[in-house]
Design a protein around this ligand. Structure first.
Ligand code: ATP
Ligand code: MG
Length: 324
């Protein structure tokens, strides 16, 4: 039973991505599972092409360096022809209302820009996501709350296609991964650490140097209460540091609070633990990035496998749809 997960190169991967997703993918993944860099999804908002190319490569290197088997990873755009074709087939099985109803579309299109200037891709990208899932025949898609509606759409489209034109697609199920700690921004603990945040002083990137990690954590916002206790609501900055250290050491945040006399001592210990947690990934990713031939080989092999995997489903879908 294949599980499919993706991460979008909308920025550099950070500690939250590692603790909340990548680490689990590497440790708990099963042999048939697939992971991909969803670079096509990064195009629904304004972006820089050269940067996107670099970020995609970097993210692929990070996934492999984190311990995900190289034969389980691929880059989405390496399947752009197949996905383009399947997206069209699925768009023609999807109503405008179904796409426009997506909460994420409503949220993202409702912020700032007048709706007339929002990219059409923002409306249709859940259909592309359905194509990602259905092309690979994934049975399970682990998602957070924000994406479960998109998997629901993929289910609907798979069922509808199967019933209308003929059985081709595995009907996927959204599975909720066990909740991992939500790592918060170090300078603004009211928001989560994000790849696409403009201001990166509160974000620890996986590829940051040890020195930079120390500096960022030292500058983390705490409070003036100066009370070493794990109280997420009252002392969110401090709680965030305790949660990060907890995720790196496997000791409960409340227990850690009793072990450090000052915020400074806790910050040093947290920085130390984060540096060690990220070290093997940083070093592994850097050596892959310094060996473009090896990274290209992994990428090509992944593209080949994923294309082969989807080939029969795509050709059956096209045939049943009355084309190609
Ligand atoms: P963006 O700003 O583009 O949305 P992001 O940093 O939120 O980027 P996603 O690509 O949305 O990252 O998410 C990739 C994976 O990382 C998901 O499984 C998500 O749950 C997890 N994740 C993202 N941010 C955090 C965080 N701060 N703490 C824990 N897990 C996180
Ligand atoms: Mg996100």
């Amino acid at each position: 039973m294949t599980r499919l997960s993706a991460i979008t190169p909308s920025g550099h991967a950070h500690l939250g991505n590692h603790l909340g997703a990548i680490r689990r993918w590497a440790n708990q993944g099963r042999p048939g599972d697939l992971y991909f860099v969803s670079d096509l999804h990064a195009m629904t908002v304004s972006y820089n092409p050269a940067r996107l190319r670099v970020l995609s490569r970097e993210l692929l290197a990070v996934l492999v360096a984190a311990g995900i088997e190289p034969d389980q990873v691929f880059v989405q755009s390496d399947l752009v022809r197949e996905l383009g074709a399947l997206s069209w087939i699925l768009e023609c099985a999807c109503s405008y209302g179904e796409a426009a109803r997506m909460t994420q579309f409503k949220q993202k299109s409702g912020t700032g820009e007048p709706v007339g200037t929002v990219r059409l891709g923002l409306l249709t990208y859940p259909v592309l996501m359905a194509a990602d899932i259905l092309l690979q025949g994934a049975a399970e898609v682990p998602v957070g709350d924000d994406q479960s509606q998109h998997v629901e759409l993929a289910r609907t489209l798979a069922r509808r296609f199967n019933q209308t034109y003929g059985e081709v697609f595995t009907v996927p199920t959204a599975v909720m991964p066990p909740t991992a700690a939500r790592v918060r921004d170090l300078v603004d603990p009211s928001r989560k650490m994000s790849k696409s945040t403009q201001d990166s002083v509160g974000v620890v990137f996986i590829l940051d140097t040890a020195d930079l990690i120390h500096r960022k954590i030292k500058r983390a916002v705490t409070d003036s209460v100066e009370r070493m206790e794990y109280r997420p609501t009252e002392q969110p900055g401090l709680a965030n540091l305790l949660e990060i250290l907890s995720a790196c050491t496997d000791v409960a945040p409340a227990d850690l609070a009793t072990q450090y006399p000052t915020y400074g001592a806790l910050k040093s210990a947290t920085a130390e633990a984060v540096v060690e947690e990220l070290r093997p990934i940083r070093e592994g990713a850097q050596s892959l990035l310094a060996d473009p031939a090896e990274l290209d080989r992994i990428r090509k092999a992944g593209a080949h496998r994923a294309t082969e995997r989807g080939a029969h489903r795509l050709s059956s879908a096209l045939r049943l749809a009355g084309v190609a």
